[in-house]
Design a protein around this ligand. Structure first.
Ligand SMILES: [Zn+2]
Length: 428
């Protein structure tokens, strides 16, 4: 049995793990020591790993030209006067725009020449100064201490289970007629890949005929009471990647593994498409390159020698307004499944839910702060570029420029942030 050991607590079976999952763990493992391994910059040896996912998510919110500038800030792709003075004996470490020594800290937190910009980002400056962070050297989001723990928990969440006695009874009934279920998945904070949480629910419909369903729907429209014929029989947090697609697929898979004669209502087009792909596949191995292939390869055998009917149901319709009573009942089934899945994602195992919620909340703060910091960097750079242009104009009036090989060398040596390259990037 070949397993990949990705953390001290997580092993991935190479044949039973999806390609997406292996890739996601590879990136996560790589980011643990990429800065230590591949950067000679001092001061980062003992800091937590960079959260590449969160940092990239913030970078992507800026236009391409700004992203290039910000990447230069992250990589430290320019020299300060302080750095220049360390190797050029003719240079001083004085800031070009004020009488104080130039450094990255000075530029972000101190330089009076950009005070006007800084004052409109007071909250950001206070936040990072209070943390005593190294954000001026490496403006990124660092991986939180809970990250590995939460990631491991998601990997190890137990799958949905069904009461043994109920399962025996349903198996007996399914020999006479198909058993009807509603499934749904939920993913909280879906755009935050490192702090989102997902879950799914399975709802059993105990009505036997459509007339019973119409009666229950009629009662609902009169009283507002959800029919008690819709029973939530199982819920679970999603094992593995926390995504809505995986959650929807998991709910369907569990039912198919429990019973052979089923009707399943789902509001997920993506999951139903995947099910269809499974039904058409000639063998499980042919699904190995599909997204969430571990679940599809488990689903494939349950499609053989069984009776499966799947229905797509439109999500988030208001059943109070639906005239067709049968349609109303199906919407109620979807509503019950949706509510259970959302509640599970938010509340199952309260201590864990609190941990997840705190993690998301602090990460959201960090992401907002980094976004504002990047905006401040961009505005400060524009401000310095304008100051430099004013100073250059004054110099030009006094000294004519003679373009010689030596001038180019001098320009290169003077590459201190607002060089020609950075100016043109911003103006583009
Ligand atoms: Zn300055």
């Amino acid at each position: 049995m070949v397993k990949l050991l990705v953390t001290a607590f997580v092993k991935l079976h190479i044949l039973h793990t999806s390609r997406d999952s292996i890739l996601s763990w590879l990136v996560w493992t790589w980011q643990q020591d990429v800065v230590n391994q591949f950067s000679l910059r001092k001061g980062h040896q003992y800091s937590p790993p960079v959260s590449i996912d969160d940092t990239v998510a913030i970078l992507k919110t800026f236009p391409l030209a700004s992203q290039k500038f910000l990447l230069e800030e992250i990589s430290g792709g320019f020299q300060t006067q302080h750095q220049k003075a360390a190797w050029d004996t003719s240079a001083t470490d004085q800031c070009r725009y004020c009488p104080f020594p130039d450094s990255r800290f000075h530029r972000v937190f101190h330089c009076p020449a950009t005070d006007q910009v800084r004052s409109s980002y007071f909250e950001v400056v206070e936040h990072y100064l209070a943390l005593d962070s190294n954000i001026h050297e490496l403006p990124v989001i660092l991986q939180s201490p809970q990250d590995e723990f939460l990631r491991m928990c998601h990997h190890l969440h137990p799958e949905a289970v069904i009461d043994e006695q109920l399962l025996r009874k349903l198996r007996g009934l399914s020999e006479l007629s198909p058993i009807v279920f509603f499934t749904d998945g939920s993913c909280q904070h879906p755009s935050h890949r490192t702090s989102r949480v997902a879950a799914y629910s399975i709802v059993l419909d105990v009505c036997v005929t459509n007339d019973q369903r119409r009666d229950m729907a009629r009662q609902f429209q009169l009283t507002g009471c959800i029919p008690d014929t819709l029973k939530v029989i199982s819920v679970a947090r999603t094992t593995g990647a926390q995504s809505i697609y995986r959650s929807e697929l998991f709910a369907i898979l569990k039912i198919c593994e429990w019973l052979d004669n089923t009707v399943i209502y789902s509001d997920s087009s993506a999951a139903l498409l995947a099910v269809n792909r499974c039904q058409l596949a000639s063998n499980a191995e042919s699904l190995c390159m599909a997204s969430e292939s571990d679940l599809l390869q488990r689903l494939w055998p349950t499609m053989q020698h069984s009776t499966r009917v799947f229905h797509k149901i439109k999500a988030h319709n208001d059943p109070r307004q639906t005239l067709d009573l049968l349609e109303c009942y199906f919407q109620l089934g979807n509503l019950v499944a949706d509510t259970a899945a959302v509640q599970t994602a938010k509340c199952l195992n309260p201590d864990f839910a609190t941990e997840v919620s705190q993690h998301h909340s602090s990460l959201t703060t960090e992401r907002n702060m980094l976004h504002k910091l990047y905006s401040m960097h961009l505005e400060m750079s524009k401000c310095r570029t304008q100051l430099a242009a004013t100073m250059d104009d004054a110099d030009t009036q006094q000294t004519p420029i003679i373009t010689t090989q030596r001038n180019f060398l001098q320009e290169f040596c003077n590459w201190v942030g607002e060089s020609t390259n950075r100016k043109s990037d911003l103006q583009r």
